[in-house]
Write a protein that binds this ligand. Structure first.
Ligand SMILES: *Cc1c(COP(=O)(O)O)cnc(C)c1O
Length: 397
């Protein structure tokens, strides 16, 4: 029979990321098995009845549960300090699942304006179709969050640090605003991962991830997860069983392998991003650098308090608008021209014409997305090579 391997209560983050949640099958394998099966079998009709009735523990169908997916959930629960977790097919499925479990027609949401573009679509379009209204506010302006609260506000949603300006939300203050209004605070922890930030420890109610990014860490597969108390995650599991946004068991295995190196990778992403930020800040052709690890960044104090590292994403600005920015992007020989992030490979993108292209000019200006802004998500290459790669274009300006 399968066996769980209990860990000492005081096991540290690195130990948990390698070992938490492992279940061994009767074959005594060392690396976790992949359970590529849609259904499960029983010794007898009576056992099937008992498992279906929930009287005996066991799996029924992989849309409901799968041992490999459960291992991934349990490892993430250990890393985020959560009582329960619900893995999903993508980060967006995690966001939708949280909303479907906790919102109903007539409810109101307050959401940071600087969240992932498709997250805006979920709130502004998908949920609006069902009579859930969302007010978008400035991530770092606490007065806007307070002023947006209504009697029917049920959820506050944010990402911190933000993309691409690296603004940092005050989690403690936002937890208080949410709870004073009997609303849930949901944090998209994609940019930090639990290696750098654990929002539940600051009082957030639900934390979610696009596991597609740093958790996989190597740009191979899609996945997502929501984590929190049993009380808050069980309704989402019920929705998930019916809706079928389940994580593939194969992807769960890939993501679990990603977690084993999470801390090492995040430390290296932070180191490369920090060094690029310092170098760019002193570069004569660069007019501004946005990275919450720089002493002049408005979010540096909060980042120091809430985070155990400043993350792998930074952005910088050059004079000359779109033409100058595109010149730098077109000159790179190492960095990948793509909007993805959280990969071993460094990526470079022009937010105004890619990730934020659907915003109106006015909204772009309000969000600080200028035509001369370039985002870099630092990968794990040699940082001197990365500097030289940016210099190819910068020297042409
Ligand atoms: C990519 C991303 C998402 C969406 O995740 P998918 O896995 O692509 O569905 C949500 N939030 C953030 C911050 C992201 O970067």
């Amino acid at each position: 029979m399968s066996q769980r391997w209990p860990l000492p209560e005081d096991a540290a983050f690195e130990t948990l990321s390698v070992r938490a949640g492992s279940i061994r099958s009767g074959e005594r394998e060392h690396s976790e098995a992949v359970y590529l099966t849609s259904s499960f079998t029983y010794e007898s009709a009576a056992q099937a009845a008992a498992v279906f009735a929930g009287e005996e523990e066991g799996n029924v169908y992989s849309r409901y549960t799968n041992p490999g997916v459960r291992m991934f959930e349990e490892r993430m629960m250990a890393l985020e300090g959560a009582e329960e977790g619900c893995a999903t097919a993508s980060g967006m499925a995690a966001i939708l699942g949280i909303c479907m479990a906790h919102l109903k027609t007539g409810d109101h949401v307050v959401c940071s304006r600087s969240v992932f573009g498709t997250t805006v679509t979920i709130f502004a379009k998908t949920l609006a179709q069902f009579g859930v209204v969302t007010t978008f506010v400035d991530l770092v302006d606490l007065d806007q969050w307070r002023d947006a609260m209504q009697d029917n506000t049920k959820m506050l949603f944010l990402e911190t640090p933000s993309n691409p300006l690296c603004e940092v939300a005050d989690l403690e203050a936002l937890v208080k605003i949410a709870h004073d209004g009997d609303a849930l605070l949901v944090v998209d922890n994609c940019f930090c991962t639990p290696a750098l930030q654990q929002p539940l420890a600051w009082g957030a109610d639900i934390v979610m991830h696009s596991a597609t990014k740093y958790i996989d860490g190597q740009g191979r597969c899609m996945g997502g997860i929501a984590l929190g108390s049993k009380k808050l995650i069980e309704p989402m599991q019920l929705w998930q069983r019916a809706a079928g946004a389940s994580l593939s068991p194969f992807n769960a295995w890939v993501l679990m392998k990603g977690l084993e190196t999470l801390k090492l990778r995040m430390d290296a992403h932070c180191r490369n991003a920090q060094q690029l930020a310092w170098w760019l800040a002193e570069h004569p052709k660069v007019t501004d650098v946005h990275y919450c690890g720089l002493p002049h960044h408005p979010g540096v104090k909060l980042a120091r308090k809430q985070q155990q590292g400043y993350g792998g994403v930074l952005s910088f600005e050059v004079d000359g608008g779109r033409e100058a920015a595109w010149k730098i992007i077109d000159a790179v020989q190492i960095m990948s021209r793509t909007a993805n992030l959280g990969d071993t490979r460094t990526t470079i993108t022009h937010p105004a014409t890619t990730t934020h292209c659907r915003l109106s000019d006015e909204d772009k200006q309000r969000a600080g997305i200028s035509e001369g802004l370039i985002r870099v998500a630092a990968g794990l290459e040699n940082v001197e090579d990365l500097k030289k790669d940016l210099e190819r274009g910068l020297s042409q300006l």
